[in-house]
Design a protein. Structure first.
Length: 500
């Protein structure tokens, strides 16, 4: 009874504290301070009404904090507000999933939640100290593909993965990367891609061993879903800090057409297994010229929401890997996708398009952009500015062999020039200097600018397709033409709806 009384008192004080906050940073600190206590964290997970109070306060503070910020055009801030609110609501859905599972709740409350909260709480101190030492903020996260091996062979795979290769990173290297990004950058978020991450194994250790060891990190793992049987689902419960984004192209016909006959049925079974144990998961949609008329759409999202998904990532096929210009979405299709995605977010769906949601991130986040950016590391240790920028400027294994660390990635001229481009395009600039963030990507949307940087730096293509396109005149002309057509749709949109 004494504990219950104390928790009740703490909750009342917490509500009073969050109601007194004016800015989202203050609100975040108040929430983190409350959740550090295991007992308080348990109360937060178990109380739907308490989380509802927090959500309402988040909406009010976000609205004031974002819409009254004079450094950005108002419509840019409105798009951010819409996305951040639906993101907070999605986090609440994840907590509700956890609350409804005795096993997952036990894992999360004892083995993950308190450690993750502490990791999030200490990031501000780490990044502030980092800035004092280096003069700029560190990146936010890393995307890592520990293995290239995959049991599928999807058309247009950016990773060019297959069952015929088994390139992989050693467990100790993956472990060190995550350890360093936590300690040096204060990073608590890791994206895992592939290949198929569930097939990666080194010395009998898997991605679950990484997640369990780094229980103060949240892992977003992209997977084809075909390996998630009931036993595999239980392993997600055991670690409690991995959420899956399962790759689909739409319904059965389109998914099987790209991934192989019968794959969609396996995906539905995987979703059934994850839902049985209340594991929060989402979908990863790949848009091509063939499915862009209905990806994204409310019908598609409702279909997978009914299967248990709570979020969606949308990736437009890039003309790299096994892709081609015949399959990428047309500029007109991308424009329509932009408007549909924006409307879906306003309706309460958490869906993020890696390109069309560039407004929300203040443009391109590649090349380890300060504060909110990232790098990509593949199965051979090659480091690229982005998953969709297939040119390596360093190798993490070589860096480690020379007694270096992740900070060495930030000093390379290739990524420094990309970050300078980001700045010139509007990152951390006065709002009158912000350029069109509906076209944020230096590779896909501004290839001419990217090619100039590419040609003046020593980089290594990470595969044959990247090598072949690097100095291919036809590829260059196709990209320039594509970008020119994009501007015809998106420049008027930016001028009319976003720019003041």
């Amino acid at each position: 009874m004494a504990i219950t009384t104390k928790v009740s008192k703490d909750v009342r004080q917490f509500i009073s504290n969050i109601n007194a906050t004016r800015y989202i940073s203050e609100l975040g600190n108040a929430i983190s301070s409350f959740l550090i206590s295991n007992v308080a964290f348990s109360a937060f997970i178990n109380s739907t009404s308490l989380r509802k109070i927090v959500l309402n306060r988040i909406r009010k503070v976000l609205s004031k904090d974002l819409l009254e910020d004079p450094n950005f055009p108002p419509k840019v801030q409105q798009d951010k507000l819409d996305m951040f609110i639906v993101f907070a609501e999605t986090i609440n859905k994840a907590f509700e999933n956890i609350r409804n599972s005795k096993e997952l709740k036990k894992t999360f409350m004892h083995d993950v939640g308190p450690y993750l909260v502490k990791s999030i709480s200490r990031r501000s101190e780490i990044v502030n100290n980092y800035k004092k030492e280096y003069g700029y903020l560190p990146p936010n996260f890393i995307t890592i593909s520990p293995g290239k091996f995959c049991n599928l062979k999807c058309t247009g795979c950016y990773a060019n993965s297959s069952a015929n290769v088994n390139d992989k990173l050693p467990f100790d290297v993956v472990d060190r990367i995550i350890k360093e990004k936590k300690e040096i950058w204060g990073s608590w978020f890791t994206v895992v891609s592939g290949g198929e991450p569930l097939l990666w194994k080194d010395n009998d250790k898997t991605i679950f061993d990484i997640a369990k060891k780094h229980n103060d990190n949240l892992f977003l793992m992209y997977t084809n879903g075909t390996l998630i049987d009931e036993e595999m689902a239980k392993r997600f419960v055991d670690v409690g800090n991995i959420t899956c984004a399962i790759s689909v192209e739409g319904y059965e016909k389109d998914t099987d057409q790209r991934r192989g006959k019968g794959v969609h049925k396996q995906i539905l079974k995987a979703m059934e297994n994850l839902s049985k144990y209340h594991i929060p998961f989402g979908i990863s949609l790949t848009a091509t010229r063939l499915n862009a008329s209905f990806v994204p759409s409310q019908e598609i999202l409702d279909y997978y929401w009914d299967k248990g998904a709570i979020y969606a990532w949308l990736f437009q096929l890039m003309p790299i890997g096994r892709g081609s210009f015949d399959l990428i979405v047309t500029p007109e299709q991308r424009f329509d996708m932009f408007k549909r995605t924006r409307e879906l977010v306003r309706k309460g769906y958490f869906i993020v398009d890696f390109w069309n949601s560039g407004i929300v991130t203040n443009g391109c986040i590649s090349a380890g952009r300060p504060s909110s950016g990232y790098f990509y590391i593949d199965w051979n240790g090659n480091v690229t500015p982005c998953v969709f920028n297939p040119y390596s400027f360093a190798n993490i294994i070589d860096i480690y062999n020379k007694n270096g660390n992740l900070n060495d990635l930030l000093n390379n001229p290739f990524v420094q020039q990309i970050r300078e481009w980001q700045k010139n395009y509007g990152w951390q600039q006065p709002k009158e200097k912000i350029q069109n963030w509906t076209l944020p990507c230096i590779v896909r949307d501004h290839y001419e600018d990217f090619k100039k940087i590419l040609d003046t730096n020593r980089v290594i293509p990470i595969d044959e397709d990247a090598k072949n396109s690097m100095n291919n005149k036809e590829y260059y002309n196709n990209m320039i033409s594509y970008d020119s057509q994009l501007k015809k749709y998106f420049d008027p949109l930016w001028e009319k709806e976003y720019k003041e």
